[in-house]
Design a protein around this ligand. Structure first.
Ligand SMILES: Nc1nc2c(c(=O)[nH]1)N[C@H]1C(S)=C(S)[C@@H](COP(=O)(O)OP(=O)(O)OC[C@H]3O[C@@H](n4cnc5c(=O)[nH]c(N)nc54)[C@H](O)[C@@H]3O)O[C@H]1N2
Ligand SMILES: Nc1nc2c(c(=O)[nH]1)N[C@H]1C(S)=C(S)[C@@H](COP(=O)(O)OP(=O)(O)OC[C@H]3O[C@@H](n4cnc5c(=O)[nH]c(N)nc54)[C@H](O)[C@@H]3O)O[C@H]1N2
Ligand SMILES: [Mo]
Length: 668
């Protein structure tokens, strides 16, 4: 973004012309950063809980840091450093996050999480198949003849992607959308397929069978680049369109049309989404969907490919978060990586040797965002001491003993990557932090000093307070990357050195076999999954053998909304005007069966929790499914994760949010 500042105040926010992936402008949330920056709700000073109450009072930094340092010393001495739990979310992903990791190592270690709320099942499925996570430049999608948005809704979650999809349509290309909801992304689709949630795997496998049967496959490509095609084609024989129709609740005719469109259009881009990989079978689902491109030779060519996660700009991951997605096989004895992000609450409670005493939360709002909110709250409340670093009084901050105010994106420089385009960018400091706000780097520095570390010991590990010091730190971190300096980044976005505009155009796949693996030994060894992407019913589904499916016959989908990023932004007036309250979307067919009309207040419930919410009847959602956008705060009455299960995906330690059956009844 280009942010115009006059006399120390932001006047306007525009798209930065140097970023070819986001040329058309800034989304609503981007624009709302002005209100966010100056919001009267921003926390501008450290706060401490008034004992025994739900209220907080202001406290000085000196006193706050003394209290925290004393606790850190005490827990370390009495129980060991692993009694302190460091939790971080996705609020900011810059290179400076490394300072947090450095601090906790310096402290002597801590307990922390593995896995991720967002995308790991898809990342792992892609890694197993192609060897790595990257895709072509966003603008390459415009070269496609057919785009499939499979479990992805960019009209709300990535508006810039729609610009390139519009170009495909303008050039006479086609768009297919596959989603149980008829989303805004489907407005101009040539074909909309609404599968029963969690069944996309069998849909893809049946389409694969048809592609093979009708000889729409690229045999030359397969011979050269694909491992396991004979086994795969044998396996998919069991998935007739009729069988898939029965499982997915999609007419066989649509499955035929899907295969026909893939087979007769070239090149094909599948943009597969994150929503679809929040099930207990979704690693296998993602492998099955990706296989459609592999057997038709739609990899490594302009306009063709698998758009899931482009980690080409993630060159700092290894140095920034030494503890990434997997728990290390050999723990280093310092960082205890033993809490699954998906099972946050129950795993926190499970920790012994030592049990957890204190939590430090930054950049995340786990009470709202993580599954099984009731258990997360229980685990929070079982602790001795809670510190939350945030800009606003979130559901998680409300649970804290001490809240530390955090910087905004404009108040400290940092270097950031992305997960769709491959630009490295400098997010420049343009404003002084208001009130008593301090960036995390400074908080860590002051704490480390209180813990007895000298400035010399902190040199290069935790930068001393000051803009110059931050720049020196960032410049040093950039040294190993030729072509990247702050000076260069200051001029505008820089495509990561070595950027592959058309991903996989060298046909080098870093898998064990060096080929695209439809057959993956690792899928079995690491995850106990089939070596082939066979279809398994999700654990919690109306066709599984879980005992409660009769009691709870409705699928609860909790997607993203254009108005927020998860739990952020809805406290702002300009956003609230557009999304004043949470609504549960129901198909009129399901509503009428339950005597529910538009605007009724309904109770949505299962064994894990309940929510009372206004119903909105809408034919766009598949019968048997209901949805509320995720991210509503508990104080707004819409925290969807009161109903979700703390359960991992089949691969990658993701969160299976959407394996979530509920029932609904009218309240008033
Ligand atoms: N405005 C906005 N943009 C965002 C975000 C945000 O919160 N707000 N969050 C960002 C982040 S962190 C992420 S991870 C991405 C997510 O980006 P998306 O993947 O586009 O978003 P989701 O809403 O998670 O899921 C997309 C769709 O998957 C559908 N879906 C659910 N279950 C199934 C299924 O079984 N099969 C199929 N085919 N579809 C299914 C949902 O109905 C939903 O429409 O968006 C990013 N962009
Ligand atoms: N039911 C359901 N739940 C979901 C999802 C779903 O589809 N369904 N989607 C999941 C997905 S994809 C994701 S990515 C997660 C996101 O979940 P989280 O990672 O918890 O992300 P946010 O809800 O955006 O909260 C980020 C917090 O960081 C704060 N923050 C922003 N910048 C800074 C900073 O510089 N410093 C500090 N200290 N704090 C900062 C913000 O104010 C905000 O409170 O949610 C997941 N939760
Ligand atoms: Mo995400």
């Amino acid at each position: 973004m280009t942010v115009h500042v006059e006399e120390g105040k932001i006047r306007s926010i525009e798209a930065h012309p140097g970023n070819n992936a986001t040329p058309e402008g800034v989304c609503l949330k981007g624009l709302s950063f002005i209100e966010r920056q100056y919001s009267p709700d921003r926390i501008l000073t450290p706060l401490i809980r008034k004992p025994g109450t739900a209220g907080f009072k202001e406290i000085s930094w000196d006193d706050t840091l003394d209290i925290i340092a004393e606790r850190l010393q005490r827990y370390k001495e009495n129980f060991g450093p692993q009694s302190v739990f460091f939790y971080s979310g996705s609020g900011t992903k810059g290179l400076l996050n490394k300072v947090a990791s450095n601090f906790w190592k310096l402290y002597g270690g801590c307990t922390t999480t593995y896995g991720d709320l967002c995308w790991p099942a898809g990342l792992e499925a892609t890694r197993l198949t192609l060897g790595d996570n990257k895709h072509s430049a966003p603008w390459d999608t415009a070269n496609a003849k057919l785009v499939i948005l499979w479990g992805k809704n960019p009209a709300e979650t990535n508006i810039h992607q729609m610009v390139f999809i519009e170009k495909v349509l303008e050039n006479g290309g086609k768009l297919i959308v596959i989603d149980p909801r008829r989303t805004e992304s489907a407005e101009r689709a040539n074909l909309l397929i609404q599968p029963r949630p969690g069944t996309d795997g069998i849909l893809a496998l049946a389409a694969a069978r048809l592609l093979i049967e009708k000889k729409y496959i690229d045999s030359e490509f397969i011979d050269k680049h694909v491992l396991g095609f004979p086994e795969f084609s044998e396996m998919v024989k069991q998935y007739t369109p009729e069988k898939a129709a029965e499982v997915t609740d999609v007419p066989a005719e649509y499955i035929n049309r899907l295969a026909e469109l893939i087979g007769t259009n070239s090149p094909v881009t599948i943009s597969a989404g994150f929503g679809m990989q929040r099930y207990t079978n979704s690693g296998q689902t993602m492998r099955a969907v990706l296989a459609l491109l592999c057997i038709t030779g739609n990899i490594g060519k302009p306009g063709a490919g698998w758009v899931y996660a482009n980690l080409q700009s993630h060159i700092f991951d290894k140095i920034k978060d030494p503890v990434a997605f997997y728990p290390p096989e050999k723990p280093d004895g310092v960082m205890r990586v033993s809490v699954s992000t998906a099972k946050l609450g129950s795993d926190m409670l499970r920790q012994d040797n030592p049990p957890l005493k204190m939590i430090w939360v930054e950049r995340g709002n786990p009470v709202t965002s993580n599954p099984d909110t009731n258990i997360v709250l229980k685990a929070f409340r079982a602790l001795d001491f809670r510190v939350v670093v945030d800009q606003f009084m979130t559901d998680t901050a409300r649970e804290a003993d001490i809240i530390l105010p955090s910087k905004s994106i404009f108040e400290q420089s940092d270097v950031i990557g992305a997960y769709w385009h491959a630009y490295i960018q400098l997010k420049q400091k343009i404003l002084e932090a208001p009130g008593h706000v301090k960036p995390e780097t400074e908080i860590y520095y002051l704490l480390a000093r209180r813990l007895g570390f000298t400035p010399e010991e902190l040199d290069g590990i935790i930068p001393a307070p000051g803009d110059k010091e931050i720049e020196t730190f960032l410049n040093k971190e950039l040294e190993p990357f030729p072509g990247l300096t702050l000076e260069k980044l200051r001029k505008g976005p820089v495509l990561v050195p070595g950027h592959q505009e058309v991903a996989w155009s060298d046909f080098k796949f870093p898998t064990p076999s060096g080929k695209i693996e439809l057959l993956s030994g690792e899928a079995h060894e690491r995850w106990g999954a089939g070596v082939l992407p066979v279809y398994n019913e999700p654990l919690e589904s109306v066709k599984s053998r879980m005992p409660d499916t009769k009691k709870y016959p409705l699928y609860f989908i909790t997607p993203n909304t254009k108005n927020r990023i998860h739990s952020q932004f809805n406290n702002l007036c300009m956003i609230r005007k557009l999304s004043p309250k949470p609504l549960v979307i129901m198909n009129p067919e399901d509503a009428h069966k339950r005597g529910i009309s538009d605007c009724d207040i309904v109770k949505i419930y299962n064994d894990r929790g309940t929510l009372d919410i206004e119903a909105k009847l809408d034919y766009s959602i598949k019968p048997g499914c209901v949805s509320i956008t995720n991210g509503w705060w508990a104080t707004e009455g819409g925290t969807v994760n009161f109903l979700s299960a703390g359960r991992e995906t089949d691969m990658g330690y993701g969160a299976a949010f959407h394996d979530n059956l509920v029932e609904i009844k009218k309240v008033s």
